[in-house]
Design a protein around this ligand. Structure first.
Ligand SMILES: [Ca+2]
Ligand SMILES: [Ca+2]
Ligand SMILES: [Ca+2]
Length: 719
C-alpha cells in the first residue's frame, strides 16, 4: 500500500542520503541625518543591502565559529561585523526555500506551505503563494525600489501558473537572477565535446595534471584565441576546445568549435538568467560568466543608479548561490588580492575515491568560494561608495543611510561541515548544525559597533527588520487575520542592551506536495539500508545515488513505502528511514526536537529528543550553546530526567503542542487570512483546471473536488 509521502530535496541533498547510510571601528550612525529628518517631521528610513550566503552555516565563518580551524578568510564580512552587530544566536530553517520565504513573509514554513527545498515537481501549494504579502510589496508601498539579484527559490516556474514570472507573482517585480535552487550541474563533457568515458573533467574544464589545461578558447560569436588557460577561458565566457577523447586542442579550429553545444549549462560558469521586470516581459537568457561576479556587477549597477537620487529609498537583495553545491574553482578575478590559482585549488570536483576525500576536497573548494564571495562583497561596497579603504587597507563603511545585512540561509551541507559540528545532523535537519547561521548587520542607526548580540533571533525576524528600516509596521501591512511569526529586530541595532523580543526560537522542515507522490528509494551502503519516501523523488535522482527505485517507471511495478520495504526485508535492525518532518524549539537553553517517525518505528522510537544546550557536545562552540549530538539526548534510553529537567521538558512540550495547533493548515483558506469565504472561492475559480494554490487536495489540478472541500470548510479556520 502506498500512502502519499511527498517531500523532496534537490539532488545535492541526495548526496546526504548516500552519506547518511555510510575592534571597534568608527561608529557611523545616522544621528545627524536622523535629527535633520526629525526636524522636518518624517520618519527615518534606511536603504537596505541584504546579502545572502547560500548554505553557509555557523560553522563556516570565524565570526560565528571563532574556535574554527582552517576556515575561509573573510575580511570584508568581518569588517561589516566590526562596524556593526554580530548576531551569535540566529536560527534559520534547515533548507533554502523555507528560510527564504521566512525572511520575506515573516511566517514559519507550516504557514507559508514552503516546508522544504523546491524542485521541478513541487506543486504550487508548497511554493511561495501569490497571496503572501512579501517585503517588496510592503516596501514598494513605502516608496522603496526593491531588486532581487541572484538565486530566488521562493517559487519556481514548473507547475506554477505564473511560469517564469513566478518572482513577479510574489511581488518581486524587479528580479534578475536564477530560478534554480543552486548552480546547474557541472558539465564534464565541455559542452558535448567529450564523448569518451576515458576522460571525465569533473570541474567542467579540461585539466592537465593538477592545473587547468591550455586550450584554444572559442567564443559564441565565432572568435577564438589559441592556447589559453582553460579556467580563464571559461571565466571570459568562452569554451576550451577539446577532441572527442578529451585531448586539449591548442590551435583554433572551426571544425572543433562546430562541435560545441552552446546551450549546455556548466555550474556557476554557464547558467540560465531569468528576468522579471515591472511586471512586464520575462525572459530566460543563457549567461556565460561566473554567477557571483555577474550578480555583484548587477548589484553595483543598481546601487549606483539608486544613489544618484539619495531621497529615493531602495533595497537590494544580493542572493549569491556560489557556496551551494556543486562547487567549482572560482575565477582568478574573484580570488583575494595577492593569491592565484591554480596552485591551491583542487582540479577534480567530485572524482575522489571515498567520501572522506570528497569532503576534504569540497571543503577546500567551499572555502575558496566563500573567500571569492567576500571579495565580491568588498567590490560591491567599494564600487558603490558604501565603504572606503582605510589606511590599514581595511574597509570603513561610509553610508550611514544604508543598513547592510549578511546572513547564511541554512546550515552547512554534509561534506563541508567543520568539526566538531555534525555533518550527519546538518543542512536538511533541525539540529544545531542544520539551523544555526551567521548573521551580521551594520550601518544606519547601529550604535556601539563591533559588539556581539546574543539575543535569540529567528530568520523570520528579518521580515520585521525590513519593515522597521522602512518605518512600516509589517503587522499592519498584511491582511487582517494573517498570522505573522516575526519579532522586532531593529532594537538590537539601536541599543546595546535591548531586552529580548523572543521567549522562544523555532525551526522546522516538512513534507512538501509533489505532483508524483508514491515512491520509495532504498540505498544500501555497507551493512546499512537507508530508505526515503521524502527525498530522491525521481527514479533518476534515486539511481544517481546508487539507490533502488520503487515507484512509477521502476522495475518493481508497485509503489511502496519504506515501512513496506522494511517488512519485506524481515525488519532488519540496520534500516533507517529519513524523517518526513522535524520541528525544533528552544527557550535559549533547553531544546526540544520533534521528529516524525515512520509508522513502523513509532512503537519503538520516541518522536522527541531533549537537550540542555549549555551541557551539549562542544558547548564552547556556538557561544555556549553546544551541538545536539544523540549521546547528549536527555531522553535517550537509559537516562532519567531530574525533577528540574522534567519541568523544563514539560514546559517545552506544552509550548510546542500549542505551536503545532497554531501552525495547523486551514484547508480552503487560499488567501491565508484565517477564514474561508467568497475571496477564497474567487481565487479557486481563477485557477480552474490547473495546478495552483487552490488545489486543496494536492492532486495537481484545481477542480470540483477542491471546490467541495472549500465549501465544506466555509467560515473561520478551526471554527
Ligand atoms: Ca541554502
Ligand atoms: Ca481566506
Ligand atoms: Ca485538486
Amino acid at each position: 500500500m502506498c500512502i502519499p509521502m511527498l517531500s523532496q530535496r534537490l539532488s545535492h541533498i541526495a548526496l546526504s542520503i548516500a552519506a547518511l547510510s555510510a575592534a571597534v571601528l568608527t561608529c557611523t550612525t545616522l544621528a545627524n541625518e536622523a535629527s535633520v529628518e526629525a526636524l522636518i517631521g518624517g520618519p527615518t528610513r534606511y536603504n537596505i543591502l541584504f546579502i545572502i550566503l547560500d548554505d553557509v552555516g555557523a560553522d563556516q565563518l570565524t565570526l560565528s565559529n571563532p574556535a574554527g580551524v582552517g576556515l575561509a578568510s573573510t575580511p570584508t564580512i568581518n569588517a561589516i561585523a566590526a562596524q556593526g552587530v554580530n548576531f551569535s544566536n540566529c536560527w534559520a530553517m534547515p533548507e533554502c526555500s523555507p528560510s527564504r520565504v521566512c525572511f520575506f513573509t515573516g511566517r514559519y514554513p507550516s504557514r507559508t506551505g514552503v516546508v522544504t527545498a523546491l524542485t521541478s515537481n513541487t506543486l504550487p501549494q508548497s511554493q511561495c503563494s501569490p497571496f503572501e504579502t512579501t517585503t517588496p510589496m510592503i516596501l514598494g508601498g513605502a516608496g522603496y525600489h526593491s531588486r532581487l539579484l541572484g538565486k530566488y527559490h521562493l517559487s519556481q516556474e514548473d507547475l506554477n501558473p505564473a511560469g517564469i514570472a513566478a518572482p513577479a507573482s510574489n511581488g518581486f517585480t524587479d528580479f534578475n537572477g536564477t530560478l534554480l535552487g543552486g548552480p546547474p550541474f557541472i558539465d564534464p563533457t565541455i559542452a558535448g565535446q567529450v564523448d569518451s568515458d576515458a576522460v571525465v573533467y569533473s570541474c567542467g574544464f579540461p585539466v592537465n595534471g593538477s592545473a587547468p589545461a591550455a586550450c584554444a578558447c572559442a567564443f559564441p560569436n565565432g572568435e577564438c584565441v589559441p592556447s589559453v588557460n582553460a579556467l580563464e577561458c571559461l571565466a571570459a565566457g568562452g569554451l576550451p576546445l577539446v577532441a572527442s577523447d578529451g585531448t586539449p586542442i591548442l590551435e583554433c579550429s572551426e571544425a572543433a568549435a562546430a562541435r560545441i553545444d552552446w546551450s549546455a549549462t556548466n555550474g556557476s560558469y554557464a547558467w540560465p538568467r531569468t528576468i522579471n521586470r515591472d511586471g512586464g516581459a520575462t525572459q530566460v537568457i543563457p549567461v556565460r560568466k561566473h554567477a557571483d561576479v555577474v550578480q555583484a556587477d548587477d548589484a553595483i549597477a543598481f546601487i549606483n543608479e539608486q544613489r544618484k537620487t539619495p531621497k529615493e529609498k531602495w533595497m537590494c537583495t544580493l542572493s549569491f548561490s556560489g557556496d551551494h553545491d556543486p562547487w567549482q574553482p572560482p575565477p582568478q578575478s574573484s580570488l583575494p588580492p595577492g593569491t592565484t590559482w591554480p596552485n591551491k585549488l583542487p582540479m577534480a570536483c567530485d572524482e575522489q575515491p571515498d567520501l572522506e576525500s570528497v569532503a576534504l576536497q569540497q571543503r577546500l573548494l567551499s572555502n575558496w568560494t566563500i573567500e571569492a564571495l567576500d571579495v565580491q562583497i568588498r567590490r560591491v561596497l567599494l564600487t558603490t561608495g558604501l565603504a572606503s579603504l582605510n589606511k590599514a587597507g581595511g574597509l570603513t563603511l561610509t553610508a550611514p543611510d544604508t543598513v547592510i545585512v549578511v546572513i547564511g540561509d541554512n546550515g552547512s551541507f554534509l561534506t563541508t561541515v567543520r568539526a566538531p559540528f555534525n555533518p550527519l545532523r546538518a543542512k536538511a535537519t533541525a539540529y544545531q548544525t542544520g539551523i544555526c547561521v551567521p548573521l551580521v548587520a551594520a550601518g544606519g542607526p547601529t550604535v556601539v559597533p563591533g559588539r556581539r548580540c546574543d539575543r535569540m533571533v529567528n530568520i523570520v525576524d528579518l521580515f520585521q527588520l525590513w519593515g522597521e528600516l522602512a518605518a512600516v509596521d509589517v503587522h499592519a501591512a498584511v491582511p487582517l487575520g494573517r498570522k505573522l511569526d516575526c519579532r522586532p529586530m531593529l532594537r538590537y541595532l539601536t541599543s546595546a542592551d535591548a531586552p529580548s523580543a523572543r521567549e522562544w526560537n523555532f525551526s522546522e522542515y516538512g513534507t512538501e506536495y509533489l505532483d508524483q507522490q508514491c515512491y520509495a528509494c532504498l540505498i544500501t551502503t555497507g551493512n546499512n539500508d537507508t530508505c526515503t519516501n521524502t527525498i530522491l523523488t525521481t527514479q533518476s535522482l534515486c539511481e544517481s545515488q546508487g539507490g533502488v527505485w520503487y515507484g512509477p517507471g521502476g522495475s518493481t511495478p508497485e509503489s511502496v513505502t519504506c515501512c513496506d520495504l522494511w517488512e519485506n526485508l524481515d525488519q532488519p535492525s540496520n534500516f533507517n528511514v529519513v524523517f518526513a518532518s522535524q520541528q525544533a524549539l528552544t527557550d535559549g537553553r533547553w531544546k526540544l526536537v520533534y521528529s516524525d517517525q515512520p509508522p513502523c518505528f513509532e512503537s519503538t522510537t520516541s518522536d522527541y529528543e531533549f537537550y540542555d544546550l549549555t551541557q551539549c557536545f562542544a558547548a564552547n562552540q556556538l557561544f555556549g550553546r553546544g551541538i545536539d549530538n544523540p549521546n547528549y539526548n536527555l531522553l535517550a534510553p537509559g537516562t532519567t530526567l531530574t525533577e528540574y529537567q522534567l519541568i523544563q521538558y514539560n514546559r517545552l512540550r506544552t509550548k510546542l503542542a500549542a505551536m503545532q495547533v497554531s501552525l495547523a493548515h486551514c484547508d480552503g483558506d487560499i488567501t491565508m487570512n484565517g477564514i474561508v469565504n467568497a475571496e477564497d472561492l474567487t481565487a479557486l475559480m481563477s485557477y480552474w483546471g490547473m495546478p495552483s494554490v487552490g488545489d486543496i487536495n494536492n492532486d495537481g489540478e484545481t477542480d470540483g473536488t477542491d471546490l467541495a472541500m472549500l465549501l465544506d470548510n466555509w467560515g473561520p479556520c478551526g471554527g
